[in-house]
Design a protein around this ligand. Structure first.
Ligand code: CA
Length: 231
């Protein structure tokens, strides 16, 4: 068996850190914990973790600062742990390069699921392009390009982020809120409508028939999910 992959949990609330550690260890990860931002960066440098779970409100260095430092050093996925009231911080964190976030209070199981999803997504960044319907739709996350029926499609960064999030998590329904955080970073205006507009534009760009979407499906009352199997 390969050496265990290390996850760094940065959290000053000991109870939360302990719970996450035990759940992640049960999943086969090796887990290191840091109680403040300085310790986090020290451990990050020595352990080369595959992923960092990062609390925002930390002693010594803030979660944002830690995230920015990690981003300056490489592509290690970062999932932020935030209180729901810290919405501005969530958006700020995503803007400085966090890959995902979980709001407190969370269930440890939910965090574990996110960890797997983010690692899967990070993994696809170095591998083959995603192909759907025999290559009708092709998403190359390394080159950051999308082809529809052999033709390069020009997407805005927001449209691209939404499409990749949906296509790499085909069973998951994303709420509009989640898509907002993924797509809009620090743009706060016109939430739900903005996502619907992005979807409309995306459908026109990538669907065989935008009026009868096959990839970007509406889940009524909730949000959107990806349809269509990879080939
Ligand atoms: Ca904290």
């Amino acid at each position: 068996m390969a050496a265990k992959e290390t996850i760094l949990v940065v959290e000053d609330e000991e109870k939360i850190a302990e719970v996450l550690k035990s759940y992640l260890e049960r999943e086969g990860f090796s887990v290191a914990t840091a109680k403040d931002g300085e310790e986090a960066l020290r451990l990050y440098a020595t352990l080369s973790p595959v992923l960092v779970l990062l609390d925002l409100m930390l002693p010594k260095r803030s979660g944002e600062e830690v995230c920015r430092e990690i981003r300056a050093r490489g592509n290690t996925p970062v999932i932020m742990l935030t209180a729901k009231t810290e919405e501005n911080s969530i958006l700020g964190g995503l803007a400085i390069g966090a890959d995902d976030y979980v709001t407190k209070p969370f269930s440890p199981r939910q965090v574990v699921a996110r960890v797997h999803a983010v690692l899967r997504r990070a993994g696809t960044a170095q591998t083959e392009p995603l192909r759907f319907d025999g290559g009708f739709l092709t998403i190359d996350t390394t080159a950051r390009t999308v082809m529809r029926d052999g033709t390069l499609v020009t997407l805005t960064p927001s449209e691209y982020s939404i499409l990749v999030a949906l296509a790499t998590n085909p069973k998951r329904t994303f709420t509009r809120d989640e898509l907002i955080h993924l797509a809009l970073k620090d743009d706060f205006e016109g939430y739900d409508r903005v996502i619907d507009t992005h979807m409309k534009n995306l459908r026109q760009k990538i669907e065989p028939d935008a009026k009868q979407p096959r990839y970007l499906l509406t889940v009524h009352g909730v949000g959107y999910r990806f349809g269509g199997g990879a080939t």
